[in-house]
Write a protein that binds this ligand. Structure first.
Ligand SMILES: [Zn+2]
Length: 69
């Protein structure tokens, strides 16, 4: 089931919901209950197959690399 991002046009609240495509019309703002929502672009980026996961470049001095201590 896809996740859709919405922005309330009434109070500006942004939220995401995991709903089916046919349920988008009955989504309401969890903040104010308004149905004036604008659907945002999904967070998921479409990537073509064969692409390796991009890891953040962490040098030797990175605290995450040493495991803390
Ligand atoms: Zn709202």
């Amino acid at each position: 089931m896809p996740i859709f991002d919405f922005a309330c046009q009434d109070c500006g609240k942004k939220f995401d919901l995991m709903i089916s495509n046919q349920d988008k019309h009955k989504v309401k703002c969890p903040e104010c209950g308004s149905s004036q929502l604008k659907q945002l672009v999904s967070l998921f980026s479409t990537s073509t197959g064969g692409s390796k996961a991009v890891q953040p470049s962490c040098s030797a001095g990175c605290p995450a690399a040493t495991g803390g201590g």
